[in-house]
Ligand binder design. Sequence first.
Ligand SMILES: [Zn+2]
Length: 280
Amino acid sequence: MQGVIFAYEPMIRLAAFGGIFVAMAVWEFIVPRRKQAIGRGWRWPNNLGVGFVDTLLVRILFPITAVGLALLAQARGFGLFNVIGVPALVAVVASVIVLDLAIYLQHVLFHAVPALWRLHRMHHADLEFDVTTGLRFHPIEILLSMLIKFAVVAALGAPALSVLVFEVLLNATSMFNHGNVRIPSGVDRVLRWLVVTPDMHRVHHSILVRETNSNFGFNLPWWDRLFGTYRPQPAAGHEAMTIGIEQFRDPRELRLDLMLVQPLRGEAGSYPLGRREAES
Ligand SMILES: [Zn+2]
């Protein structure tokens, strides 16, 4: 089983990515949630380009994948689940949930610390919200997030299967919950008890600071409710709300090269949690 996972890992990832991406793109085309002012022709090549750079850098810079690290931890016998004996299914489910909690906490951290916000705000500087926003993260944020994931996987002794499931799931849900898709409100209400829905995550991409600093979850919607960061709807409504942050409002800023240097430009802004509390 472990060998199979390792051998087919790139194919499993690519197939899941391609399948979900195309499904979301078609869904957005047929039943969009918001009218977009900026055309796909301008945003999509740049957002996809960032996603490509991220994947390439992770492959080049890290000698091992998170799944590879999980296999290594198992072989060498380090990490919680490789030391204590629990049923395999328990270890897999618990690892996926703990990894998701780690991503939630990491997301809050990237909003709280001004230097980290400079990296993460590139994701928020997208002026529209659709499937490609879910792939638009600064490469340094992706590299830091990989290091955090390595630490969690090693400490937890997370089974390789759980790491693969988690990574494929996160990639898929990130594309889903950034989707510019209309889901009937009754369905959304039920769905958001199980998974972060596009309407739930769109609140997080509002230009309003208090809305940006809510709904940090990517996969499981429970953390926001548990830690008090849940905000059900945007004040202005989904159609009228403004997407993005106060900085970088010029559509030219959506170009790949400008996105990459955004962390170095301008002030950290008023979004980081610490800053907001100091000012109010
Ligand atoms: Zn965010």
